[in-house]
Design a protein around this ligand. Sequence first.
Ligand code: C5P
Length: 217
Amino acid sequence: MINLVIAIDGPAGAGKSTISKKISKKLGINYIDTGAMYRAVTYKCLEKGVDVLNEKKVIEICEESDVDFIDNRIYLDGKCIDKEIRMQKVSANVSNVAKIARVREIMVKKQREIGQKSDVILDGRDVGTCIFPDTKYKFYLNASPEERGRRRYLELKEKGENVVLEEIIKDIERRDYIDSTREVAPLTKAKDAIEVDSTNMTIDEVVDYIVKKVKES
Ligand code: C5P
């Protein structure tokens, strides 16, 4: 690995994408939202009426799909689906798609291809443990489930979705459970990752902390 790779992992709603985007701007490097790729496949399954528990069908969908980033926007089969993948029905189903080994194999291959092209920050669940285990720059971002639920709730409300806080917290906890107990590349802190608890930190404090650590090492 010759380019700079910063890995930001952690559970749902920990602020990974907001923080990674800010760091990418600050350092002038590329940003890859690995979760957006699993969301894209999930969105396509839902659009086609495919049950996400039907692994064979989900794999077929994944194999025939073109998922890519152009200017930090996610494209599915040539169409930008940035907004669509954030819908709560996609969030509620994505972990069942992401636990399928073949789906992960396809996505990880693509993530490595994109990540090897230039200096990059990636956020997800398995960046430091599986996609780029050799990078020196690994962070595990966490916050209490209540705070993570509250942040996600406000985000969805702002987008005009009709959501209930308790349901969002439950969904986040359910997603974390599936993500951290799955067989392939479960959500876990890499041994050499620096843990950052953002419960009582502002976004800028977390950004500055991570940038400082990267520059120090
Ligand atoms: O990061 P975000 O919450 O958008 O990710 C959506 C879902 O995609 C996660 O809950 C997880 O199931 C899956 N995911 C994953 N591996 C990644 C990124 C996301 O399994 N590297």
